[in-house]
Design a protein around this ligand. Structure first.
Ligand code: MSP
Length: 702
């Protein structure tokens, strides 16, 4: 029976966009998470939808010669139908042009307009405002936020405009927000390093938020209490999470659906969620969401997949090519929560062949083939392992079998036991890994117990064959049930081959000691994909996922200050901006570079190196430097990178471990070539350019 409730949201997608795998990822993640919660007996509400107001929509509609509403009606459908094709089981699809949403936003704005802070100040005030406005991002930027005079996000031109606008006194909530994130709810923003980024941002004074747009400039929006203005599109959009469930209650417990348990978002929209949304809710005195989880980006050739970059991959094309379930599996398995992941056909096919074809599909095929000898009927009742010992004639020859058998049962029990924790923490990539691992155990068990040798034997052999296949079928039943949230269709088929339905099997999510199976032969679940059909440049093998370098986290950092180490002549103690967090790093550069040569410079930090005390100063990582001419060291320089940017080796997967040892890092030889740092001939890069080294070819970088 259900004893908990779970409300999960995805961002609402800009209606103008064509769904790409960035959008598909969050939506599939929300779907898989919802299905896991249901599997664990929770009542779920899953919300997704489209973000339909704003200048870009107005302009796109004008260009097409249709009304904005007609434009939205048509374009919103593309998301809805894509999600249907990806087997997404949402409870509600919200559109910000829905009447109920519009009215809700107006009510909440009215409420804000009338509210005062305890100090007597009103929450909303108007002000004549001048600033650099970006049409593309639909917001103002301050002078120091501009990059080369352009909008820092879209890199498009900005214009200077002056107008009266309404402001939300966000600044009044700064302390409360910091306290909430840091003390009251330390797992509010996940993963942890993103929380630190937000807290880093909150060290600067928080500005008030401009929440209006004059209708003279934009009228495709929700009218504010001042009828000459519409709501800033983010305020309108964020309120979707609450408007969609206004007045709704969960059936089982009768509690309100709001607040959300999880807002799933991409890292680029963390500020709007963690800061704008949270303070707005505080101002409205509404309950706050329990978690905001920011995932990384899908990258292609080291660039973020996006419409602007023009490198988008269509989720529907992937579904057509590899099947919806394999695609869902790939998305969830491949992205480690919080980090960027690389997308390519080669990585996809490698993953598919290794996990789904070899482990999962193959396990089932082997059992079904052998079950034919028993007319597909298996029965088992507490017949314990002594059978094997007898069959092997000596306990020594039965030892490996015993080991494989116990491991299969233990793993089955462990994956069931670990599921709630994994789901709660949204460690779904790890969960899938361990579910597939169960099939690895099963295949090993088949290897060592060699049941094919029993197939043509007498009664005793048949009984042993029955027992072995029964154990395998039970393990598979558990495995298929646990993989069902990710691959519902394929796992329905797989369970049917075991004579089970998902609904029945989930009620018995335990390793049973007895029971029967009535199996049925089916065609291979996940046929192997022929790697010859993949373009050579993209062929597997080029993406060595097990390469030691993939576990290293390199980050671009900016050196903020340099001091002499109090206790070691060769060392400096640096403070570096590592993207929202400041780290202390000891660096052996004192003989090589002056403080002036370092301060303000960018460098590359080995960011997940286990912190170590160097002569009494705790160093949180290590800076990369190259052996230059004359025995001097020079700093590796990530050209045009921003602090916090990930540095990866071109074409190599990156799955940084939370922590590595120096020894792990030393397995990854870095060298200079053509003035750039390389790993095994692959250039190290940030999203903005290569990592430079002022050093001769072949010089070691360490
Ligand atoms: N409309 C806003 C969200 C409002 S929520 C109140 C928006 N929409 S979006 O369509 O541009 O982006 C939606 C989501 O897609 C974001 O979470 C973003 O991180 C995600 N992605 C866009 N490109 C992505 C990748 N390449 N990889 C992974 N996700 C990325 O922002």
């Amino acid at each position: 029976m259900s004893n908990k409730t779970f409300y999960v949201t995805t961002p609402i997608y800009y209606v103008n966009d064509v769904p790409h795998i960035g959008h598909a990822y969050t939506t599939v993640l929300a779907d898989v998470l919802s299905r896991y919660h249901k599997l664990l007996g929770d009542e779920v509400f899953f919300l997704t939808g489209t973000d339909e107001h704003g200048q870009k929509v107005q302009q796109a509609a004008e260009k097409r010669g249709v009304t904005p509403q007609a434009h939205c009606d048509e374009y919103s459908e593309r998301f809805k139908s894509a999600w249907k094709d990806l087997n997404i089981d949402f409870n509600h699809f919200i559109r910000t042009t829905d009447k109920a949403h519009v009215e809700y936003v107006q009510r909440k704005m009215e409420e804000l307009w009338n509210k005062k802070l305890p100090s007597g100040e009103s929450l909303i005030y108007d002000k004549e405002y001048s600033g650099w406005y970006s049409t593309s991002e639909e917001r103002f930027f301050s002078e120091d936020e501009l990059v080369d005079g352009k909008d820092p996000i879209s890199n498009r031109a900005v214009e200077w405009i002056t107008e009266k606008n309404y402001f939300f006194r966000m600044s009044a909530f700064q302390e409360k927000l910091i306290h909430y994130i840091e003390i009251e709810k330390p797992d509010f923003i996940l993963p942890d390093f993103r929380k630190n980024e937000v807290l880093g941002f909150l060290k600067q004074p928080l500005r008030d938020l401009c929440i209006s747009r004059p209708k003279s400039r934009l009228n495709w929006g929700i009218t504010l209490p001042d009828p000459d203005y519409v709501a800033y599109v983010w305020v309108d959009a964020l309120l979707n999470y609450a408007s969609a469930v206004d007045g709704k209650k969960f059936k089982t417990i009768g509690n309100n659906v709001w607040p959300a348990d999880f807002h799933l978002i991409g890292k680029d929209i963390l500020t709007t969620h963690a800061i704008y949304w949270t303070t707005l809710l505080m101002a409205l005195e509404m309950p706050l969401p329990k978690h905001i989880l920011a995932h990384g980006w899908w990258m292609i050739d080291n660039a973020r997949m996006s419409k602007t970059t023009g490198n988008v991959v269509s989720p529907l094309a992937m579904k057509d090519k590899y099947g919806v379930d394999a695609f869902r599996f790939f998305l969830i398995r491949e992205m480690t929560m919080g980090y960027d992941a690389t997308f390519s056909d080669a990585i996809f096919v490698t993953r598919l062949n290794a996990s789904l074809a070899n482990d999962v599909g193959n396990g089932l095929s082997r059992v079904l083939k052998l079950a034919e000898f028993l007319e597909f009927k298996l029965d088992y009742s507490q017949d314990n392992f002594s059978e094997y010992v007898r069959f092997g004639n000596s306990s020594a020859s039965a030892q490996p079998q015993l080991f494989a058998y116990e491991s299969l049962i233990n793993t089955s029990r462990a994956v069931i036991r670990e599921l709630p924790g994994m789901v709660e923490k949204v460690f779904l990539s790890f969960a899938l890994d361990s579910h597939v691992g169960l099939f690895g155990d099963l295949n090993r068990y088949l290897e060592v117990s060699a049941p094919w040798k029993l197939a043509k034997g007498g009664e005793v052999e048949k009984r042993l064959l029955n027992n072995i296949l029964w154990h395998c079928s039970e393990a598979m039943r558990i495995g298929f049930t646990l993989l069902h949230p990710v691959m519902p269709k394929k796992m329905d088929e797989a369970l049917a081959a075991l004579g089970w339905t998902f609904e029945e099997s989930q009620k018995q999510l335990v390793w049973r000691d007895s029971g029967s199976f009535s199996l049925k032969s089916i065609s291979p679940l996940f046929p192997r994909i022929d790697t010859k059909t993949i373009p050579v440049a993209d062929a597997p093998g080029k993406t060595e996922s097990t390469d030691p370098f993939s576990s290293v986290e390199l980050r671009a950092v900016k050196i903020l200050s340099v001091e002499d180490h109090p206790n070691a002549e060769a060392l400096y103690v640096l403070q570096v901006d590592a993207g929202g967090e400041t780290r202390t790093v000891c660096a052996g550069l004192r003989k090589h570079l002056t403080k002036e040569e370092l301060i303000g410079k960018m460098g590359v930090l080995v960011a997940n190196l286990k912190p170590a005390s160097l002569r009494g100063v705790m160093s949180q990582g290590m800076m990369l430097a190259a052996d230059s001419e004359g025995g001097k060291l020079s700093l590796a320089n990530p050209e045009s990178a921003q602090p916090g940017d990930a540095i990866t080796a071109e074409g190599l997967e990156s799955h940084p471990k939370p922590q590595i040892n120096l020894k792990d890092f030393e397995k990854c030889p870095l060298a200079a070539k053509g003035g750039k740092v390389h790993y095994k001939g692959k250039e190290l890069r940030s999203p903005h350019g290569a990592v430079l080294a002022q050093a001769p070819d072949g010089a070691v970088v360490k």
